[in-house]
Design a binder for this molecule. Structure first.
Ligand code: BV8
Ligand code: ZN
Length: 257
């Protein structure tokens, strides 16, 4: 494993020769856009709860207004921020490769839409989307107006989630909570992309949350090179061929150059 803070010749050659790249992104990829990661402390009303405690079905059933408002406030924040140079570099690299018969697939653990807003196609949202909503009981999709919170202010007083027009149960966010299965189609698509890739890049994830964190390890089956982009070491660092230590907003543009 090589631990680098900038691109060396080995790494440059690897990324320039790659024609089929699978990229997995986590909360750290959106951090430079101003979206807090799960490791960071909560603010305001939620500072006494960890994200992990709120992102569960139990929390939603116990305190629907608190959990619902936390998601609608997070959605407001995401709508108020912009993709960062890491998102743009990935989108440009994807377009450049597609123009040469290659492929760059993105599987993200993030529930935001910043990859898409940077112009990228996303193969898999492994943990769902904060922009989707459905009935917690009958599962029917719910189309809701955007929240009008100010994501830059501390979250507001909790408000009750809307009720399903069909069955009257609470509407919930279209994300995967702890203890819930991941969408199998998304998970399988990400696994297939990694299995056929000639380079795998893991950026902005602590590699703690399963089963998403086990996906990059599929690259080991065929000896596909693995690159980590993260300012810190992670649970996955030991499996990497290159650990690029720094923010993805700086390093992805350098990698994609
Ligand atoms: C399931 C949606 C089972 C919601 C999310 C004990 C051991 C092992 C596993 C478990 C266990 N107990 C429970 C489990 C399972 C559990 C789990 O993994 N828990 C962990 C905490 C141990 N997993 C689950 O529950 C999953 N489901 O297992 O179901 C099952 C099986 C059969 C039948 C039924 C059920 C579901 C997990 C999905 C949870 N939902 N998100 C929401 O967003 O609110 S996960 C959520 O947290 C995020 O989506 C994200 O994936 C995750 C946080 O991880 P990261 O993305 O890595 O972010 P993190 O904050 O951790 O790290 C940020 C990284 O960025 C850091 O490394 C940092 O250094 C870096 N960084 C910072 N700045 C930058 C940067 N990098 C680059 N550039 C920068 N500028
Ligand atoms: Zn319903």
């Amino acid at each position: 494993m090589q631990v680098l803070t900038e691109i060396n010749d080995d790494l440059a050659r690897l990324t320039q020769d790659a024609r089929n790249i699978a990229v997995i992104t986590g909360a750290g990829f959106s951090a430079e856009s101003g979206v807090p990661t799960f490791r960071e402390a909560q603010t305001g009303l939620w500072e006494r709860f960890s994200a992990q405690d709120l992102a569960t079905t139990d929390a939603f059933y116990t305190a629907p207004a608190l959990v619902w408002t936390w998601y609608r406030w997070r959605q407001s924040l995401i709508q108020q921020v912009e993709p960062n140079p890491g998102h743009t570099a990935l989108a440009d690299w994807q377009r450049w490769l597609a123009g040469r018969g290659g492929e760059l697939s993105i599987a993200t653990q993030n529930v935001d839409d910043l990859h898409e807003r940077a112009g990228a196609q996303v193969l898999a949202h492994l943990h769902g989307s904060i922009f989707e909503h459905r009935c917690a009981e009958c599962g029917v999709a719910a189309e809701l107006p955007d929240p009008d919170y100010d994501g830059f202010q501390a979250p507001p007083e909790p408000e009750e989630p809307p009720l399903c027009a069909d069955c009257g149960a609470h509407i919930r966010p279209g994300v995967v909570w702890f203890g819930e299965m991941l969408p199998m189609e998304a998970f399988e698509a990400a696994a297939a992309a990694i299995r056929k890739a000639d380079l795998v890049i893991v950026a902005g994830t602590s590699g703690i949350v399963q089963p998403a964190a086990s996906l990059p390890l599929l690259a080991l089956e065929r000896g596909t090179p693995l690159i980590e982009v993260n300012p810190e070491p992670t649970e996955l660092s030991d499996a990497m061929d290159f650990c690029l230590r720094g923010p993805s907003g700086d390093l992805l543009p350098a990698l994609a150059a």
